[in-house]
Design a protein around this ligand. Structure first.
Ligand code: ATP
Ligand code: LTN
Length: 334
């Protein structure tokens, strides 16, 4: 009885509108968001403020923000159940982001591997936003007092620093922020590139065969899996030195629900060719309804707009409470 009156735990997560989601974004993060909607109070956002840490073409950027918003809905996120919003439409993020910058240490930010990776990738544009990205991400999470943050394994370090910043602030001003936990899936937390299976699959990879985009049609998906890099053995089993096969098995397991042992027996005596075709077919079948729903939603811009406008209002109703508390505690005049 008492359990029923307890408040649901809250969830916040986000994805950058830097292009169509890859199978990595989907399996590592977005796929897990829809099933959480009944059990938790969820808020999901398009992290457009984060995306400008890398230069974006204005016209393309505007289209991508809308298209990524539609993709979230296509993946089963329901604006009637969850708050689905665009980060820049709630100014509280930028405001708390600045405040938290002042409670984040230079040394802490210097240790972030995402910063090191992205600076190496864009040596001509190592801007201050790229460096302070984690304190904006901390603001995203802390504004909603989120208990859980469902993300892929590459975001672990950003969650750690969020807890550090929250703990530091609470230590100075008294309990203000809830310390969030990561929620990282067992299967699919890190999907690797199909071309170089020691590197993570990423939207911004230049090689089109390296990643599956969730809007790729069946033909493309099957072809890309056929070209996937494997090893010189013949046996479909999970093991050391078999990065390519391990990755394909992880993907197959995540879309079919089969265990690694079940997959090994299914393909015993068959070659890699059969296995790759099966993975391609399974992934393409899994993605088909998403593609269809996306086409339907993109034809109804008025509906999309009503959803994101409502999402921004709902989001700010929650975030404003945290932000006012923070401003008051620091000593600002409200
Ligand atoms: P970019 O290539 O533009 O830096 P990205 O592909 O890494 O972007 P993000 O928008 O930064 O994507 O991440 C969205 C979510 O997808 C995060 O929760 C992240 O952990 C997850 N994610 C990204 N790549 C992978 C991957 N290869 N495997 C599993 N999860 C991933
Ligand atoms: N940094 C994340 C995207 C992101 C995010 C967030 C994820 C921005 N703000 C808040 C979870 C919670 C990434 O995927 N690179």
């Amino acid at each position: 009885m008492e359990m029923q009156n307890q408040k649901k735990k809250s969830i916040l997560s986000g994805i950058q509108p830097t292009g169509v989601f890859t199978l990595g974004n989907y399996l590592g993060a977005v796929k897990n968001w829809a099933p959480m909607q009944d059990e938790f109070d969820c808020a999901y956002m398009i992290a457009d403020l984060h995306a400008i840490t890398v230069r974006q073409d204005p016209k393309q950027f505007r289209e991508q923000i809308l298209s990524c918003y539609a993709l979230l809905l296509s993946c089963g996120i329901d604006p009637q159940k969850s708050i689905v919003f665009i980060q820049s439409q709630n100014p509280d993020h930028a405001q708390l982001g600045w405040v938290l910058d002042c409670y984040t240490q230079f040394g802490e930010l210097s240790r972030m591997t995402q910063f090191k990776d992205k600076s190496a990738k864009h040596p001509e544009n190592i801007n201050a936003g790229l460096f302070t990205y984690p304190s904006l991400m901390a603001a995203d999470i802390l504004l909603y007092q989120a208990d859980l943050v469902p993300v892929g394994a590459d975001q672990t370090q950003h969650l750690e620093i969020t807890r550090t910043i929250a703990g530091r602030f609470n230590g100075i001003y008294g309990n203000t922020f809830k310390l969030p936990e990561g929620y990282i899936p067992k299967a699919g937390a890190k999907i690797m590139s199909l071309a170089e299976p020691t590197k993570k699959m990423s939207k911004s990879d230049e090689n089109p065969n390296a990643c599956i985009l969730i809007l790729d049609d069946k033909d493309k998906v099957v072809k890309k899996f056929k070209r996937a890099v494997t090893d010189s053995e013949m046996e479909v089993r999970y093991g050391e030195g078999k990065d390519g096969i391990n990755n394909l098995m992880t993907i197959y397991s995540a879309v079919t629900g089969k265990t690694m042992d079940e997959i090994t027996s299914e393909f015993a005596g068959k070659g890699y060719g059969d296995f790759k075709s099966a993975v391609g077919e399974a992934v393409a079948d899994h993605l088909r309804p998403i593609r269809e729903e996306y086409a339907r939603l993109m034809a109804d811009k008025a509906y999309l707009e009503s959803c994101y406008r409502q999402g921004a209002e709902q989001a700010q109703r929650i975030s404003r409470r945290t932000l006012s508390k923070v401003m008051k505690k620091i000593g600002f005049i409200l």
